[in-house]
Design a protein around this ligand. Structure first.
Ligand SMILES: Cc1cc2nc3c(=O)[nH]c(=O)nc-3n(C[C@H](O)[C@H](O)[C@H](O)COP(=O)(O)OP(=O)(O)OC[C@H]3O[C@@H](n4cnc5c(N)ncnc54)[C@H](O)[C@@H]3O)c2cc1C
Length: 285
């Protein structure tokens, strides 16, 4: 289909983008890689009056290390994330998740900020952001603020991002050096999006007990979520296959699990537990 008529403006800075968003009276939308927004416009599921292009703002690209966090510019593409040496060294699971997004064209154009701001429940990065205690830096009319990923994803395509703000960067907590991690995805056979995606990060102490664990899940629910029920059951425990299976059975408990034409709620709950168990066994046994 053809999108409805819109005007196009290329913002020269973050401040100008904020100003243009304000001036558009709710009719403006930021354009980054366009890989989620343009398909929605073609289906006329969104009809912005003005597209404010920020895709070329090079100050919003790149990865740097700040203390125990990696800060990734919002316009860094999935391809840049997966091939970045700092990401590969400190948070390989972020590179692994980015590698599993779409195909090479999507990874070359789609951005980390667009992926999180779009908040597609089946996207790969929201669950990863939750497992990595991500903080999102937002610039708006009142200056800059940090929003925790936990609390950012409010519903399908709905976030806590104010309408006239720009997401400028995302910082991810570097897991403990001895932690192991995995992003395990069951991709929808037609779209490649996650039916379920499990990001699990865990470490054991010298006594063999689980000393650190984070599990972020996307795909099965209305939004990505932290599987805290599973984490609580395993933290401080010596692990056996049965204990992992028992804990993983709660993997759907913290999410709002729905159904669609592809999968019933019952199937989603089941596959969520099965993939959580597989992911945890992979990194912890
Ligand atoms: C064929 C195909 C397959 C795909 N497969 C997958 C997949 O398997 N897994 C997956 O996770 N994703 C997938 N995607 C989506 C892809 O990852 C997109 O990159 C991502 O969802 C959006 O990033 P973008 O830069 O293209 O954002 P855009 O489409 O430009 O923008 C998306 C939304 O975010 C807003 N936005 C963008 N940047 C900012 C910002 N800095 N601040 C505030 N708001 C902002 C826009 O206004 C818009 O509402 C796929 C896309 C396609 C077309």
């Amino acid at each position: 289909m053809i999108p409805s008529t819109f005007s196009y403006v290329r913002a020269q800075s973050v401040d100008e983008a904020i100003h243009l968003l304000q001036a558009s009276n709710g009719e403006g939308k930021l354009l980054a890689g366009g890989h989620s927004l343009v398909p929605l416009m073609k289906f006329r599921l969104t009809t912005p009056g003005t597209l404010i292009d920020i895709g070329h703002l090079s100050e919003l690209r790149g990865v740097r290390k700040e203390g125990n966090r990696l800060v990734v510019g919002a316009l860094t593409t999935h391809r840049q994330v997966l091939s970045d040496p700092l990401v590969q060294e400190h948070i390989p699971v972020l590179a692994e998740a980015a590698r599993q997004i779409g195909d090479i064209q999507v990874r070359n154009r789609g951005t980390i900020g667009g992926n999180l701001a779009h908040a597609d429940p089946a996207a790969d990065l929201p669950g990863v952001a939750l497992a990595l205690d991500a903080m999102l830096e937002i610039h708006g009319e009142d200056g800059a603020e940090l929003i925790e990923a936990d609390g950012f994803f409010l519903g399908p395509l709905v976030t806590a991002l104010p309408e006239t703000s720009v997401l400028t960067s995302v910082s991810f907590l570097i897991p403990p050096v001895d932690a192991k991690s995995i992003y395990l995805k069951y991709a929808h056979p037609a779209s490649g999006y996650a039916v379920v995606g499990i990001c699990a990060i865990a470490a054991k102490g010298p006594d063999g007990r689980v000393s650190y664990i984070r599990i972020g899940i996307n795909g099965v629910g209305d939004t990505a979520y932290r599987a805290r029920s599973v984490e609580e059951k395993l933290l401080g425990q010596i692990l056996t296959p049965d204990r992992i299976r028992e804990a993983a059975a709660c993997a759907a408990d913290d999410g709002q699990i729905g159904s669609d034409l592809f999968a019933s709620e019952e199937y989603r709950r089941h596959i969520c537990s099965v993939y959580t168990e597989k992911a945890l066994k992979e990194i912890l046994l």
